[in-house]
Ligand binder design. Structure first.
Ligand code: HEM
Length: 258
């Protein structure tokens, strides 16, 4: 057989992927390999989620609500998959983690460009986060997400295109916050437009899936390092608890109004 031929390994570039696990602990601590692999798998899923988010924007802009719903559902399934992976990492005890933690130095998920890209694309924009990461690889694409409309902005545009009186947000670089005027429109839409309501419910599903990830992550952090500060320099659990907020607050605010 011709070893140079195009095949499974070359198509997937497995030589690169399987050569990318380099534990730093000396002597090597057994669990560091798991820690690296889990984070790499996460980053691959983040990449896929960003890919889906871009597609979703196009579909919403073109008014293809059924297909947009299918993409949102796929994103939710990915979130469920990555949440389930926390169970694997939780097999690592605090002592297992401590055995190599110092080798991580200042490195932390805090610095995940793709995670921030997702947050910005979903509408959770923060200038301070953008500035703090300046100079790191992929920063330009993060800046593009910051400057561009978020998923929530695309949804508002879809509503407007369907005849609802909801203007664009005046500044798309601002974080999405609850807006009583938008909530009035949503209440009307939920009662009268089944297709748009379905998309809105898919957004709620995804939002809940993202919050589930945040919740499970903070619990994993608490059981692994307790109340110690993070390697990224934050307060750790206290900081992470402050991030347990919805991405699309209006869709949650209206729940008590039906
Ligand atoms: C034992 C495992 C883990 C521990 C102890 C841990 C700890 C922490 C801590 C303390 C923070 C707060 C920032 C800091 O000061 O460092 C943080 C943030 C973060 N971690 Fe983890 N983490 C773990 C696993 C993971 C995994 C598997 C991922 C997947 C990519 C991840 C992604 C993130 C992200 C994206 C943030 C930023 C969250 C935000 O700012 O809202 N972490 N982590």
């Amino acid at each position: 057989m011709n070893q140079q031929a195009f095949n499974y390994g070359s198509y997937l570039q497995l030589d690169k992927i399987l050569d990318a696990q380099h534990p730093r602990s000396k002597p090597e601590e057994h669990d560091e390999h798991l820690f690296i692999v889990i984070h790499q798998v996460y980053e691959l899923w983040f990449k896929q989620l960003i890919h889906e988010l871009d597609h979703l924007h196009e579909l919403l802009n073109e008014g293809f609500t059924d297909r947009a719903g299918a993409v949102l559902n796929r994103m939710l399934k990915i979130m469920k998959t990555v949440v389930a992976q926390i169970d694997v990492l939780e097999t690592m005890t605090p002592l297992d983690f401590l055995s190599f933690r110092s080798f991580l130095e200042d490195a932390s998920g805090f610095q995940s460009l793709q995670f921030r890209e997702m947050e910005f694309a979903l509408g959770y924009k923060r200038r301070s986060t953008l500035d703090a990461l300046e100079g790191t690889p992929r920063w330009e694409s993060l800046k593009k997400r910051y400057d561009g409309p978020s998923l929530w902005d695309a949804f508002l545009k879809l509503l407007e295109g369907s005849g609802y009186q909801v203007g664009p947000r005046p500044d798309v670089t601002q974080p999405v916050t609850a807006d009583p005027a938008v909530q009035e429109v949503l209440l009307d839409m939920y009662r009268n437009n089944v297709k748009l309501r379905r998309v809105a419910e898919n957004l709620v599903d995804l939002d809940e899936g993202l919050q589930e990830w945040r919740y499970r992550h903070v619990k994993m952090v608490e059981r692994t390092i307790g109340r110690k500060p993070g390697t990224g320099g934050s307060q750790g659990v206290a900081y992470l608890q402050s991030t347990l907020n919805p991405f699309f607050p209006d869709l949650w605010e209206i729940r008590s109004r039906f």
